[in-house]
Structures are given as structure tokens and as C-alpha cells.
Design a protein. Structure first.
Length: 330
């Protein structure tokens, strides 16, 4: 299949482009604002389009390619989504509408939109699926919800199979050293452990997250590409289905660091160093059900332990000899 991936040089897009190219698809990543220098990655792409999704000529170029599948990843982050509404709309909402309007008229078979679990707002301490009520609490969630509604309209009114995925929290080492991913919780904690020999939390450790490895995200998208039945309610959670507190994540990183380097690291919160006896405090948790996508054959391959060891391997290859945070190209 010919697949266009917007945001193809981003943190998720770069991995997804490589994953699908290795599956023998003709992948065309849309890159902004530069094409990656990685020759191995570039050699596997069918072609590469350097362009700005905000420009009408970019939409026209994508439509002219007549792709079988478009995977739309472009979005401002949480902080940038709080800017002036017209600016945010130009990135988070309008391109979704323009792509669907142009490409559904041109024989597009499938459109996959990357939304977010944040459309739900505050998550309940229970298992919840894709039918749980929406209650956005920030512009990031709101603009993704608007794009979801555009997707639903085109799924209902056109022959294109328009799918929305609500992603939980992805993690894993970047494909390109310039990808900005070290603010993600697991990535950040692993890097801090590797460089500073401590695991430092910014909270008391009770915040909860459902973390899913980037490779498992790619696997889920592959399942959706290969599933041809068009659903009326075309929304899928991509999650691990397991919720952990940040303190539990810190424990796993500590354990894996001990195994790999034979060194015990302290876990530090703003309240001080965590006592070994105080780390297993049971609390109620939410669970993001992924049963719907599992019916298509999806199951996560990566445990947190496996993902953490992979990040440590990446850091061993890419951290400067001085031990500073700056990463260098492999």
C-alpha cells in the first residue's frame, strides 16, 4: 500500500514510517521543517515530502499522490496548544478537515487520525472503553475532539474508512537523536538514572499513567491498516491496558538498573528519598480498555522492563563521554 504519514520525522512518525516500510509498504513521510539525515531511514522510504501541513499546496500535493492510507500525526503539544486559537486551529484542526476533504474525493481508502486519551478529561477509577463520556479540560484535548468530530463526519458521509485512535502515553528511545522525547516520563527517568545515578520524581509518585511502547503503537496501527471492515463507531484506544503509578515505574527502573549495572539508585521525590518500605501503597486506578483493538489481533509485546532496558542500551550508545545530557548521533 502507498501510505502517507504526516509528521513523518517526528517522535512517533519516524518510528511508524520505519516500521511500515519494513512491512514492505510504500511509505511517504511528510517532514517539517527538514528531512532527516539518517541515510538508512531515508533509503527505506518510497519518497519523502518536505512541506508545511498548514499550506494548501501541501494538501494538494498529498491528494495528488493518491495514497491508499493517510496517517495523520501532526499536532501542537500541550503547551503550544494553549496559544491564540487561530494559530492552534491552523495546526490541530484545519489540516484534518482539508486532508479529508481533498483526499476522500480522490479514492482514499483509509484515514487514521491520532487523537489522545486527554479528550476524556479526568479519568475514572474504573475500567473504561471508547464509549466513556467526553469532558475536555484543556485546548489540547478540545482541538483533538474537534478533529475527531470531523473524522466521524467523513467516515459517515464518504466511502473512506476514517479511523480515530486515542493514544495513552507512548515511550521508548527516539529514531533520530533530534526527536524531542526526553520530557516523556519513562524516557526522562531512565536518562536521569543513567547520567545522574538517581531516579528523581517531580511529584510524590502517585500520578498514574498507562504507558505503551512505540513499537506496540506501530503494531496496533498495522492491525488497523490490515482490517478492512468499516465501523460506525470507528474509535480505538491504543494502550497497554495496564496502569502504573510513577512510583511503580521508578521501582521498575531502579530494578532494571540494578540488574544491568549492579548499582542501587535512590528514588527521590520532593518530599525526600523514598523508603524501601513505603513504595507499595495501594490506590485506586483507572484502566484504559484496549479490548476493542485486541479483537483485531493486537496484543502488546513490550513490558515496561523490556522497554527500560532498550532505553538504557540507546543511552549507552548515544550519551557523550562527559556524561552530559546532550545526545549525539549514532
Amino acid at each position: 500500500m502507498k501510505i502517507v504519514i504526516t509528521g513523518g520525522n517526528g517522535y512517533i512518525g519516524a518510528r511508524l514510517s520505519l516500521y511500515l516500510a519494513n512491512k514492505k509498504h510504500d511509505v511517504i513521510p511528510l517532514c517539517f521543517s527538514s528531512i532527516p539525515v539518517d541515510e538508512n531511514w531515508k533509503s527505506k522510504m518510497f519518497s519523502i515530502l518536505k512541506a508545511d501541513i498548514r499550506q494548501e499546496e501541501t494538501i494538494a500535493k498529498i491528494a495528488a499522490l493518491k495514497p491508499d492510507v493517510i496517517i495523520h500525526l501532526v499536532s501542537l503539544d500541550h503547551h503550544a496548544s494553549e496559544k491564540e486559537p487561530s494559530i492552534v486551529n491552523q495546526v490541530n484542526v484545519l489540516p484534518t478537515w482539508q486532508l479529508l476533504d481533498a483526499c476522500t474525493k480522490n479514492g482514499l481508502k483509509k484515514f487514521i487520525y491520532f487523537s489522545t486519551i486527554q479528550v476524556y478529561g479526568k479519568l475514572p477509577n474504573e475500567i473504561f472503553d471508547e464509549t466513556f463520556p467526553i469532558s475536555t479540560v484543556n485546548a489540547y484535548g478540545l482541538t483533538h475532539l474537534l478533529s475527531e468530530q470531523i473524522c466521524e463526519h467523513y467516515n459517515r458521509k464518504t466511502d473512506t474508512n476514517v479511523i480515530t485512535i486515542r493514544l495513552s502515553n507512548s515511550y521508548g528511545n527516539p529514531i533520530f537523536y533530534e526527536n524531542n522525547c526526553w520530557w516523556l516520563a519513562i524516557n526522562d527517568l531512565c536518562r536521569n538514572a543513567f547520567i545522574n545515578k538517581e531516579i528523581r520524581l517531580l511529584s510524590d509518585g502517585t500520578p498514574q499513567r498507562d504507558f505503551i511502547h512505540g513499537n506496540d503503537v506501530c503494531k496496533a496501527i498495522d492491525c488497523l491498516i490490515n482490517y478492512n471492515e468499516k465501523q460506525k463507531n470507528n474509535i480505538y484506544h491504543i494502550s497497554s491496558g495496564e496502569t502504573l503509578t510513577l512510583l511503580e515505574i521508578a521501582q521498575i527502573i531502579k530494578q532494571e538498573f540494578q540488574i544491568r549495572y549492579n548499582q542501587s539508585l535512590p528514588i527521590i521525590t520532593p518530599q525526600g528519598t523514598v523508603s524501601e518500605k513505603a513504595v507499595n501503597i495501594p490506590i485506586e486506578k483507572y484502566t484504559i480498555s484496549n479490548n476493542k483493538i485486541k479483537t483485531l489481533g493486537f496484543s502488546p509485546d513490550y513490558s515496561i522492563n523490556k522497554g527500560v532496558q532498550e532505553i538504557f542500551s540507546y543511552l549507552e550508545r548515544n550519551v557523550t563521554l562527559s556524561g552530559q545530557c546532550r545526545l549525539v548521533k549514532e
